[in-house]
Design a protein around this ligand. Structure first.
Ligand SMILES: [Zn+2]
Length: 127
């Protein structure tokens, strides 16, 4: 989910970092502790899990699963009200955004200039 930077506040990186720190680098949906900014994958895995355990191996093999993000729950990056923001691990963020995938795809295409084609009752379909 690449950011469209121009839709976010200019200080988004610092702003979202503060929210992640306030959440103690923990997903506010599933409770998973995530890797902190600047922490290596190995240091994170060693801090959180028994070395060579299944969880440790998973953290090493799939570090993206332990990446904390900040989600705009209403899908509007201009709405930075506290009740619209939640620190979510990447899997929870993807699950949340999946609910809005179709509408976000259309909105993104329109922002890039693609026009919306709407059929009205009585319009004939063109084969
Ligand atoms: Zn989560």
């Amino acid at each position: 989910m690449p950011l469209e930077r121009d839709r976010y506040r200019p200080d988004w990186d610092d702003f979202s970092h503060k929210l992640k720190c306030a959440a103690n680098w923990t997903c506010q949906q599933c409770g998973k502790v995530c890797r902190q900014k600047g922490e290596s994958v190995e240091a994170f895995a060693n801090r959180r899990f028994e070395p060579k355990s299944a969880a440790w191996v998973d953290a090493i093999a799939h570090p993206q699963r332990y990446c904390l993000t900040v989600a705009h729950l209403d899908q509007n990056p201009a709405n930075d009200e506290p009740d619209n923001l939640q620190a979510l691990c990447a899997p929870c963020h993807l699950r949340h955004d999946r609910l809005h995938l179709a509408s976000n795809t259309y909105a993104k295409r329109e922002r890039r200039g693609q026009l919306r084609l709407e059929l009205r009752a009585g319009d004939e379909a063109i084969a």
